[in-house]
Write a new protein. Sequence first.
Lengths: 432, 43
Amino acid sequence: MHAGGDNRVGRKGAALALLCVAQFVDVLDVNAVIVALHSIGEDLGFSRAGLQWVVSAYVLFFAGFLLLSGRVADLWGRRRTFALGLALFTAASLSCGLSVSPEMLVASRAVQGLGAAITAPAALSIITTIFEEGPERDRAVAAWTAVAAGGGAAGLLLGGLITDSLGWEWIFFVNVPVGVAGISLSYVLLPESRDPSASRGLDLLGAGTVTAGLVLLVLGLTRIEEAGLGSPATLATLGLAVALFGTFVFVERRVADPLVPLGLFRLRSLVGAALVAFTLTAATAPVSVLVTLYLQNTLGYSASFAGLTGLPFSLCVIAGSVLGGRIAGRSGGGATMSLGLMVVAASALVSAGITAEGGVGYVLAGAALSGLGLGCASVASTARGTSAVEEGDRGLASGFMNTSAQVGTALGLAALISLASARTWPSPVAWR
Amino acid sequence: MEVGAEALVAGYRLAFLVAAGVALFGVVAALYFFRGAEAPRKR
């Protein structure tokens, strides 16, 4: 395909750089938005407990379509799918920045999440196509993963700086030139590839019902705070969500190529690891969001400062991952997950030491502990979850774990932010 | 509602306590699903 060896290596490096930049931008935005939530809420006038939709809309659509889009990439062409996902993400980013109402921003964030869900698995598949199995591929995947971790830390810092200097809109606008360049370069740098053995069936109905069910479940949880658990609106929303989940299970049992083969739920280690991934994000994501709101709303700090306090979290996630790998080698995955989750529980208790006069020390200590526990338990749960299946099903198991973590984020945010806004005056998420 | 210092942070604290409870539920789940079975299961 390419003449010289050096040229080939350079081309591979450039392709990896492009895929890493796309991943970096995807992850950066997730954390940048958290730091900017206070400004977004003030400018667009979000209702009580409504602000969490800015994060939830993204993660719900990301989670709902992640598994489906991996199969679309194999069938339709990975480069074409990557470019389509990036185009959706870029267009939605522009729409997010131009938003003039909560509804417009939340809808745009949902499309952004869909774009990210299409881009991420296609990018990972392209890496496995370009780089041969062995040390070369391991290094490429490690670089891609490290860039994602870096994007998380950079998102907190840059999100704060951009929000304070240019305004929250610019955390979305910065994606536009990167996205346009990425789409153009993808046709120059990335080879097209398909999986001829991939199943032709696409479980669109499964993806649609589970995503709609999750959206309604989150809506129902936020309505508990606004209208009460016994209100007809809340009960109808939660009932519809349950009906959609029932339909999803029915569909998965009937279709030839289900999105989530129900046999996965018989694998004890995979279910346990997915449940751990779910509780980890359900416990840590809402605390991260609430802490940035507390720093800005109650203590009056800037978005830049709030972003800076997230740094110990990001650094400790890395330290926790290294520690978790070592502990798992000695004591086993189950003990490592339990230990990590206990540290996460301790971090939340430390964070609860905040007062109206101050509490930055509690915030920093809580963030550091939370990062350590999350990194420690995540590395063990990912290893145990993916080793529960045969080699050929590792991608499916990995996607299932990732989806569990995203759903944990969305449900944790819906439940805990609603709870916090009902018990705090003034509400952490109300400006009207 | 009276704007006391406690009211400014009460919701945050309650949410953090519930988050700790969620993490402890995860501990129970990890202990239940991985008790005495550290060898990777294969399908």
